[in-house]
Design a protein around this ligand. Structure first.
Ligand code: SF4
Length: 455
């Protein structure tokens, strides 16, 4: 999972790098390992990128060195390739038409096979990042194509997996979404002359932009001084937006493919309360995903939902915890129960999901130590049993608690008084007004594309 953000402006007074910086800041939750910005200035592309959070990577003097009329940015959570500096996006390359920069959210599942074929053709790679495979295909096809959009059309015939891509070429700011729309991508506008492409609508809000629309699954969007052009590269019959955008990934103030993430989480909480009611005194959500779900659960079941679990805002998802002991300490630094809200109470603890379960187990113990009489765990997504190959770092089944353990075993291991999950039907209907269908492969083991044998 990563975040991408692109800006093009006809208005020369717009500071492109600064707009991208603010956009990336708003997308920081999507990736904390590295950040990068590349800006086109006439025929050249300059960039600045490094490991770390957005404010650590960019100082104002770095942004001052990036003038131009179009640019893209990326915050990275590594799902393919290692976390070395060479893999940090955007990738910038020189090709037959000039310079190009590319950044992606998603995972190209046949990238290794394509890389092998390209290497056999004499192509050289500088990174282990699957985005470089896309760049290599694009530049290869650009030699025989009249327009960049024709080479993109050629490229997508070869790649499989999830991808929401932003690019700058000598003429365009480009947005591209995979044919199933697994990862989100949307378009906005600032004051008429400036266009934005973003992983989430909340980042368009952050730069004072107006949301125009989502990029459709399988759509290629090209932006230049003539405005927006669109080309449908696939005849998309079924979409598969990652359901976890609504459960966990996206910000609650984002609208993803027509559905409010906040509303989806509140609805999931309501549905969970209807499906699995419990006699309790307080409902406590585990921030962030569980907070809105707890609100919905509390509304539906008429139980109060105090702020019973404090989250330390200054600890990011990237907190380093190399062993089990350190991981437990990390949870304690990140969360702390408000003792007066839980002491002597029957607590319903709401989490958005259980993947490995270690954080949940520690939190249940912390609530008991804080005096909770009972802890009933309610989960706002069905059991996470199967690995994700589309960009979420759970690619081994052995890491997934629910893949080998039934509900009772998990409940006992976590130390809760009861454990219930929202139903599959429940989570599907929680994002009301969604214009798309969902990928739910990590619940069902049924994948929307063929997964290569090596996985
Ligand atoms: S497998 Fe799960 S986490 Fe991965 S894209 Fe599909 S719904 Fe999202």
């Amino acid at each position: 999972m990563s975040g991408v953000f692109g800006v093009y402006s006809k208005d020369k007074s717009v500071n492109i790098a600064e707009q991208i910086y603010y956009g990336l800041y708003a997308l920081q939750h999507r990736g904390q390992q590295s950040a990068g910005i590349a800006v086109r200035d006439k025929d050249l592309i300059e960039w600045h990128k490094d490991k770390g959070l957005v404010p650590e990577v960019f100082k104002s003097q770095d942004l001052d060195k990036l003038p131009g009329d179009a640019g893209i940015g990326h915050v990275r959570y590594s799902s393919s390739g290692d976390v070395s500096k060479g893999n940090i996006e955007p990738l910038v390359l020189k090709y037959i038409s000039g310079y190009m920069a590319i950044a992606k959210n998603g995972n190209i599942i046949n990238a290794n096979k394509l890389r092998g074929k390209l290497e056999a053709d004499g192509c050289m790679f500088h990174t282990t990042n699957d985005t470089e495979v896309l760049a290599a295909l694009l530049t290869k096809f650009r030699i025989s194509s009249e327009h960049i959009e024709d080479s993109v059309e050629q490229m997508v015939k070869y790649i499989q997996g999830s991808y929401s891509i932003v690019m700058i070429t000598p003429r365009f700011l480009i947005g591209l979404r995979d044919p199933l729309g697994i990862m989100p991508l949307c378009i906005g506008r600032i004051n008429g002359a400036t266009y934005v492409i973003s992983s989430e609508s909340a980042a368009i809000d952050a730069v004072d932009g107006e949301f125009i629309r989502d990029v459709e699954p399988g759509e290629l969007v090209l932006i230049d001084s003539d405005g927006i052009q669109s080309r449908r590269l696939f005849d998309c019959k079924k979409s598969s937006l990652c359901i976890f955008e609504h459960v966990y990934f996206a910000r609650p103030d984002s609208i993803v493919d027509g559905a409010s993430t906040h509303d989806a989480r509140v609805n999931a909480g309501r549905i969970l309360a209807k499906e699995h009611p419990v006699q309790a005194d307080v409902v406590i959500g585990i921030p962030d995903g569980g907070t809105d779900m707890a609100y919905g659960f509390a509304q539906e079941s008429n139980i109060v939902a105090p702020a019973g679990l404090l989250r330390n805002k200054y600890v990011g998802r990237a907190f380093i915890a190399p062993n089990q002991n350190a991981r437990e300490i990390a949870v304690k630094i990140k969360f702390n129960p408000v003792k007066t809200e839980v002491k002597g109470k029957r607590v319903v603890l709401i989490d958005d999901s259980i993947v490995r379960g270690t954080t949940t187990k520690t939190l249940v113990r912390m609530l008991r130590e804080a005096g909770a009489k009972e802890v009933h765990l309610r989960i706002g997504s069905p059991p996470y049993k199967y690995p994700c190959y589309f960009g979420v770092d759970t690619s081994s089944r052995g890491q997934l608690l629910a893949s080998k353990n039934d509900k009772e075993t998990i409940c006992e291991w976590i130390g809760a008084d009861s454990l219930e999950y929202i139903s599959y039907e429940g989570i599907i209907k929680a994002p009301v007004n969604s214009k798309v269908d969902f990928c739910t492969s990590c619940f069902t083991g049924v994948y929307p594309v063929d997964i290569p044998k090596e996985f």
